[in-house]
Write a protein that binds this ligand. Structure first.
Ligand SMILES: C[S@@+](CC[C@H](N)C(=O)[O-])C[C@H]1O[C@@H](n2cnc3c(N)ncnc32)[C@H](O)[C@@H]1O
Length: 298
């Protein structure tokens, strides 16, 4: 009918119920503080959406509408158009801008996080100094990227594991007729999980570096350059002993096209901290070492 509409299909919830013994009778604590109380167990179940679920979604939708100009004036909404590329399914199904890849409630959650980090930035810089603040803000943004990844209309419900998949379970923009949505508030919220994941990645990377520290001490002669491998500035001729790489394979993954999904969020928080990396509107497709039919014409 020319218009896409989502419908809440099922809600996953948890509840506590009496723990039963093999005769299907409730079990009781026989010792300790809880002596005499019924033992309970937490179970996960699925239910049909009720009015409150539907109303809360509608509430988020109208709240987003009422705050749209506020977020937009602050430049927080990725309203950039989905560019011409190899996989045009999102615009073909009506998602013309990057912000259209989220339902209203998902988008509202992401924008509240983006607004919060942008408000906190000056205080973080003031308290920790620019270098450390850059690292903190970057990893906070990675945490936001994670929830943006797992709370979009491009996710899937993985029935075998009972969890939401990320947006790029497949390396493309295939349409998802049914998608999962994570809860955005409370102690088990998606954003909290995103931040925990970003911190965990940081910790694990540091642990990998610990071995290198053993050899070199604190001052590891490590230089990270973001740019095309075709010409690397600042590396002298005949100064390289070994080139070890993991290059793209032909047209298997259009990395730059997929990266735009994150780039449009990252650049809003990180552009002033890394002007070299985030100066362009969308990612650089021109220098990418992939077979790209949309770019090269065949
Ligand atoms: C197979 S992936 C490497 C994945 C990486 N080893 C990892 O574990 O995350 C290939 C990478 O090459 C990058 N790439 C594509 N063209 C490039 C170029 N011209 N210069 C440098 N990197 C490029 C892509 O963006 C992609 O991240």
């Amino acid at each position: 009918h020319g218009k896409w509409e989502d419908q809440i299909y099922a809600v996953v919830a948890t509840r506590f119920q009496p723990k039963l013994d093999k005769n299907k009778l409730p079990q009781y604590f026989t010792t300790g503080e809880k002596k005499g109380e019924i033992k309970t167990e937490k179970i996960r179940y699925f239910r049909a959406p009720n009015n409150s679920d539907i109303e809360s979604f509608e509430k988020a939708k109208s709240y987003l509408e009422s705050k749209w100009d506020y977020f937009d004036d602050k430049g927080l909404i990725p309203t950039e158009k989905f560019p011409k590329g190899n996989d045009m399914r999102p615009p073909n199904y009506g998602m013309e801008r990057w912000c259209d890849l989220f339902n209203s409630r998902q988008l509202l959650g992401h924008l509240v996080l983006m607004d919060t980090i942008s408000t906190l930035k000056p205080a973080i810089i003031e308290e920790y100094g620019l270098d450390k603040a850059k690292a903190i803000i970057t990893y906070l943004q990675f945490g936001i990227d994670k929830i943006v990844d797992y709370n979009s209309k491009q996710t899937r419900w993985i029935t075998q594991r009972g969890v939401v998949s990320g947006t790029f379970g497949r390396h493309d923009y295939s349409l998802k007729w049914t998608y999962g949505e994570m809860i955005y508030t409370g102690p088990y919220s998606g954003p909290r999980w995103g931040q925990i994941q970003a911190a965990k990645a940081y910790r694990e990377l540091s642990e990998l570096l610990a071995g290198v520290n053993k050899v070199y001490g604190e001052n590891i002669p490590l230089q990270i350059i973001n740019g095309t491998a075709a010409h690397i500035e600042g590396v002298e001729d005949k100064s390289v002993d070994l080139v070890c790489m993991d290059p793209p394979y032909y047209d298997n993954v259009q990395y730059a096209e997929l990266s735009d999904f994150y780039y449009v969020w990252q650049k809003r928080t990180l552009k002033d901290l890394y002007p070299d990396v985030f100066s362009i509107r969308l990612t650089n497709k021109r220098d990418e070492a992939v077979a790209n039919p949309s770019r090269d014409g065949s």
